[in-house]
Write a protein that binds this ligand. Structure first.
Ligand code: HEM
Length: 179
């Protein structure tokens, strides 16, 4: 997993929960990297799982909520760091559609060893959009937070939820319903 995900995660904890919380997580997690990350480095996905679990224990925030919160944070940070990725479309559904075919493609040029999820998108009607999430990382709640961040950025309100997939082999189904 790319270092930018770790540098952003640790920055979110420091900003929102304080440096002592971050120190406690790192000191008690016995991480191979010792909590020292660079954005271009690559680290085991397992380190993220360990830190999330520790964070959840200390704050009593369930792991899926922590991932979702982090997704929103990460979206804002991507938006500030890579403004050009967001110029291509005016509508949030167009943007979500572009994650698979434009944004993550550009990400791979910047970070050739990035391990990215795949999305199959279907617009149901003007207000409803489905994203089939495929990844062995099971970070669908991160995707939910990222999508919620996108809705805010595009000045939309609505609900993002994981819905039962009629066919589980098709991955996890995320539904976005605009108000
Ligand atoms: C709503 C929009 C987006 C969604 C739903 C999304 C979804 C995800 C998810 C769920 C992951 C975790 C890996 C996995 O599950 O397999 C991921 C990784 C990543 N995404 Fe996206 N993403 C979005 C937008 C972006 C943007 C705008 C950027 C950069 C400008 C970006 C860059 C990355 C990077 C660098 C990784 C880490 C890859 C790695 O660890 O190897 N994503 N994305």
């Amino acid at each position: 997993m790319k270092g930018i995900v770790f540098t952003e995660f640790t920055e979110m904890i420091e900003n929102e929960f304080g440096l002592s919380m971050l120190d406690e997580i790192i000191e008690t997690s016995n991480l191979p990297s010792k909590g020292i990350y660079t954005s271009v480095g690559t680290y085991s996905h397992h380190e993220m799982v360990i830190m999330l679990t520790k964070f959840s224990e200390l704050t009593k925030i369930p792991i899926h909520e922590a991932l979702r919160m982090f997704g929103s944070w990460l979206f804002n940070s991507f938006f500030n760091q890579y403004p050009d990725f967001f110029n291509h479309t005016q509508h949030v559904f167009g943007f979500l559609e572009s994650v698979e075919h434009h944004i993550h493609v550009e990400v791979l040029k910047l970070y050739p060893d990035a391990q990215l999820p795949h999305f199959i998108c279907t617009q149901i009607d003007q207000k409803t959009f489905l994203m089939e999430y495929h990844s062995d990382k099971h970070m669908e709640w991160l995707a939910v937070g990222l999508i919620e961040g996108a809705l805010k950025q595009f000045n939309e309100t609505g609900e993002v939820k994981i819905v039962d997939s009629p066919d589980p082999s098709k991955g996890c189904l995320i539904q976005i319903k605009l108000q």
